[in-house]
Ligand binder design. Sequence first.
Ligand SMILES: *[C@@H]1O[C@H](CO)[C@@H](O)[C@H](O)[C@H]1NC(C)=O
Ligand SMILES: *[C@@H]1O[C@H](CO)[C@@H](O)[C@H](O)[C@H]1NC(C)=O
Length: 360
Amino acid sequence: MHVIRIQLVVCMQIFAIFIVGTESQCPSPCHCHGDLQHVICDNVGLKKIPRITEATRLVNLQRNNLGMLPTGGFSEMKGLVSLHLQHCQIREIATQAFKGLKKLIYLYLSNNEISTIKSGAFEDLTELTYLYMDGNQISSLSKGIFSPMINLFILQLDNNKIRDLQAGTFAGAKDLRWLHISNNELRSMQPGSLDEVENLATLTLDQNKLSTYPSEAMSKLRVVEELNLSKNPLTFIPDYAFRSFGRYIEKLHLNGMGLEKFSNAAFEGVTALRYLHLENNKLKSLPSNLVFTNMQNLTLFNNPWSCTCNLANLRKWMDSSRHRPDAICASPPSQKGKQVRDSTAFSKCKMKKDKKGARH
Ligand SMILES: *[C@@H]1O[C@H](CO)[C@@H](O)[C@H](O)[C@H]1NC(C)=O
Ligand SMILES: *[C@@H]1O[C@H](CO)[C@@H](O)[C@H](O)[C@H]1NC(C)=O
């Protein structure tokens, strides 16, 4: 009798272990840590999304051939905070692909082949803060596609094929601070396309095809600290280009653009500039309202500078600065080939400040 009872208890224990075991099993080719809190399935030949429980916080599915993300494919994983889907040959994201992921904060979709994002694809991602979609084939973003993401802070879209930004593209993403759209095919940014993300601090638009400065699209931005427009075929920067965020802009990259001219009030309102990169352009002069007070790093090389009194403010800054960047005069003939910092062309220039002082 005693023996039978012991056998029964053992039997029940084994049965219990079996039940608990299936409930919290690590999906077959994956490995798991910390009571299934982390499920790691990196490069294990998965063809579809494995079954993962609500207890899991982080899922790494990198380097599996998933092809597409279907509706509700993660809907059982309600506790997920971080989802890694890089290098999964994903081409399409279905509507409600992330259904139920109301706690997700990090979503990594870099280096896939995403060309289609169905409307409503990002529904339920209200806590999402970091979204990485660089290295895909995205050519357009439909209006309001990011609208569930009221907490989005960083949006990484480098190395895609985006051609245009339409009004309302970022509707709802009112907390966005970092927007990266380098190396795309942007030819235009429609008025209103950035109106909802007025708190942007960093905007990278380098290596696109913008041939006119997107004044209207930028006009609602208030606190941009860094703007990168390098390597766009922009020849002219108009009046008031940076004015709406003039007290904040510290780093401005305008190098390698074929830039020929700043309009005279281009830097109107810009007071905090510390880094200005202008190398590899076709600039002859700088506008008179460029303020050098905070300038720390100015790059000017490979431009055909005209060493006349137009550059007197620049020379004055060079004389007082520890950094004396390379800038070679292309004209007038008497100065050709000389460094701005050594040229004698400025000795007789009247400084703006002196004139003002004289009136007192
Ligand atoms: C700005 O763009 C240039 C050209 O693409 C790139 O080399 C540089 O790293 C970028 N800098 C920043 C700070 O984004
Ligand atoms: C100035 O910027 C250039 C190009 O970004 C960089 O290589 C250099 O180290 C910077 N210099 C200083 C003094 O910050």
